[in-house]
Ligand binder design. Structure first.
Ligand SMILES: Cc1cc2nc3c(=O)[nH]c(=O)nc-3n(C[C@H](O)[C@H](O)[C@H](O)COP(=O)(O)OP(=O)(O)OC[C@H]3O[C@@H](n4cnc5c(N)ncnc54)[C@H](O)[C@@H]3O)c2cc1C
Length: 383
């Protein structure tokens, strides 16, 4: 595998790093995290540099980037804060789901608007009684002439309340169909009459925020349905490998920042007359942290390389997401230890890294579900 960047990728990363250094300063991130503010200004800067369009075909206003380009971007965004990767990923993953499953007219209407920043997107799948077992969802869309009427409730929907947001909503359209077979995907702008979002109080992920979303007789047109009726599960699966690679890249980026900040502190902070990094206990923690982050990056790039070649990569992608998220949690925990009492202070970023990391072994496929999946690729039958 060749992990060298092409010239275009190096230019893209240089531009992105410069843009993020200017737009996402430490003060900006701290203010938005502490006050639960969506990073609109940073998102607009991505739009301006064409980043939202990166993975989309030129015919819709995009740039035709591949999964490796997206992995590099994912790591760079994650370096500042994992939440940036999430804000970017929600829009791009939803757009790709539309690209892969929508009809030509839908793509012509929605994708240029997404790429130009007129809309952003989020995903609502999870419900109070349907988490890992998403097929058990109960939010129901009922056909009424050329419309659908939606009733129900979603939970933990990241950034669903953001300005100009369109929700990729997964609903039951057939309660009798076995399990995942009766689900359909729809596009629902969050200002549609009958949609109500309510921000939840959370431990981390404050910049984007998690929401309950209520649907009370929400009427939408059949033109807002993506893919076949009862074909929503396949719609969700169609982008899963790509999404998990880019998400894993975000973990790597934020985990690398944790190591960088812990290392800088260990070189600076003196106790007993010498930098704490000269105590073997601390030095070995840092060596283990960097090794784990490098291993996460290799797993992620290996998975991306296989997907880019069109090879089957379910196990490789799942390993990258599992190991990357657990590494992020582990290094953030060790980073807290290395910064001692200062890690606990809100003016140090380590507490935010730790809070944001903690959700990553739960969301988008928990560690337990991912281990089940890996075991199944090994010929076991885990449920
Ligand atoms: C920060 C954050 C952001 C999120 N963003 C979104 C979003 O934008 N949109 C959205 O739709 N959802 C979102 N979610 C929801 C997320 O996808 C769910 O939390 C996740 O699927 C787990 O569901 P649950 O929380 O109901 O836990 P449960 O499914 O109830 O699981 C509880 C525990 O049981 C374990 N478990 C469950 N089933 C099994 C099994 N078969 N084998 C072994 N262990 C099992 C789980 O691993 C976990 O440890 C988000 C969650 C978080 C924390």
């Amino acid at each position: 595998m060749n992990f060298d960047y092409t010239e275009e990728q190096s230019i893209l990363l240089d531009n992105l790093r410069r843009m993020m250094d200017t737009a996402a300063t430490p003060e900006y991130i701290r203010e938005h995290d502490e006050n639960g503010l969506y990073p609109y200004e940073v998102y607009e800067a991505w739009v301006a540099m064409g980043l939202i369009g990166l993975p989309f075909p030129e015919s819709y206003g995009g740039f035709g980037g591949n999964v490796i380009d997206m992995a590099l971007v994912g790591e760079e965004l994650g370096r500042k804060a994992y939440s940036f990767l999430e804000a970017y990923g929600l829009s791009v993953f939803s757009g790709l789901s539309l690209l892969n499953n929508g009809n030509e007219e839908q793509k012509r209407i929605w994708l240029p608007r997404l790429i130009k920043g007129e809309i952003r997107m989020s995903i609502s799948m999870t419900e109070p009684d349907a988490g890992s077992d998403a097929g058990n969802m109960r939010t129901l869309a009922t056909r009424d002439g050329n419309d659908w009427v939606i009733n129900g409730q979603k939970v933990f929907s990241t950034a669903a309340d953001a300005r100009n947001n369109v929700i990729t909503l997964y609903c039951k359209t057939d309660l009798e169909a076995p399990y995942q077979k009766g689900i359909t995907a729809f596009l629902v702008p969050n200002d549609t009459p009958g949609v109500e979002t309510r921000r939840l109080r959370t431990f981390g992920a404050n910049m984007l925020g998690l929401n309950e979303v209520f649907f009370d007789n929400v009427r939408i047109s059949d033109a807002q349905r993506i893919g076949a009726v009862n074909g929503g599960w396949n719609c969700m699966l169609s982008g899963l490998l790509f999404e998990r690679i880019v998400t894993s890249a975000g973990y790597v980026g934020n985990a690398q920042t944790v190591v960088d900040q812990a290392l800088a502190y260990a070189k600076e902070r003196k106790q007993f007359g010498r930098p704490i990094g000269e105590f073997q206990a601390i030095a070995h923690m840092l060596a283990d942290m960097q090794t784990r982050v490098d291993a996460s990056r290799m797993l992620m790039l290996r998975a991306a390389a296989k997907v880019a070649k069109g090879e089957p990569a379910l196990r490789e992608v799942t390993e990258a997401k599992l190991f990357g998220s657990e590494t992020f949690v582990e290094v953030a925990n060790q980073g807290m230890q290395i910064l001692g009492g200062y890690s606990y202070m809100m003016e140090y970023d380590m507490q935010r890294h730790y809070r944001d990391a903690r959700s990553t072994t739960i969301a988008a496929g928990s560690s337990q579900m991912l281990r089940n999946l890996i075991a199944n690729t090994m010929g076991l039958k885990v449920r």
